[in-house]
Unconditional design. Sequence first.
Length: 361
Amino acid sequence: MRKEKREKSNPIIFYLITLGIGIFIFCGSFYFAFKFFSTTPETQQAAPTLPTINKFTAVINKIDNDSIKIFNMNTESFIKISDNVEIYDKDNFTIPRSKLSIGMIVDAVSDNSKIKSLTINKNSWKKSHVNNFKFDYNSNYLYYDGKKYSFGENVLVMYKDNLYDIRQINPLSVITICGIDENICAIEINKGYGTVNFLNADKIIGGILKVDSKSPMLLNDTKTLELPEGHHNISITGDNIETYNKDFFINDNSKVELDLSNVQFKFGILKLKINEDDCTVYIDDKKSSASEPILLNYGEHSLKVEKEDFNSYSRNFKIDNDVKEIRVYLYRKFGLKDTIIEDEITESLQIYIENSDVPEI
């Protein structure tokens, strides 16, 4: 039996297939390597960022229907919180916003600049209706109720929702102070005091002052008056003025000046009856009419009447009625006349006294 002849495979085909597979693998590897190294950082996927937690002490500055405004005591800046924020009391129990009040000291927690929670500071306190206090601005201390409290440059001072200079607080004011331990963090002025100065009060005779229908006082004893902020009314009466009423408003540490020279003074008429004509009259050292009625304000005045060859007349008087009448009597000077007449013919001296001859010398 004859054996069949086995056909030999073509090596060229094998080499071509192997080469093709190698080229394919090389090109694929080169493509993916080039794409990976040519990718920009912007197109690469960023790694997840961990939240930044920040804690700081703050003071509740303002509470609205939809927001809370706090004062960061570390940065001395204000932060308005509009979103919902978790609020906790000193025991870490959740409380509603209605439990917060202006001046409360809280520990704030923020997450990437967003306030997440407010917790009332465990060591914080609040004292309301504080008066009879004293500031020592050199040492930065406030003395109240036998205790000493310190305050720093970052203390928050508010008056009617506005920042206020702590050195301008009137010692008579009523304030609320909030702090931690022995340190004051915030001061709110609840009721301030201002000053009223009365100018030219000495022009009013027997002046009586009444403030807000309270007990009257002598005007000359109260030329400066301290009053709480708000609307006030004063009434001033005097012997020489019509009743003076004034309404005004006092702000904390403000000064109001009332010039009492502008009040309506009372006037009276002076009538002079002089026994001589052609007289010169002086009222309060000012030349005045001798025949016409003189209008003068109520009070003390001086009078002087002069006429040649007559003794002058002087006196003080008081206008306290609508009409004042004064009778003046001038008396001729007693003695020789000031002039001496010489007789030219006889060359003898002639002296006259009250039109009577004196014998020759």
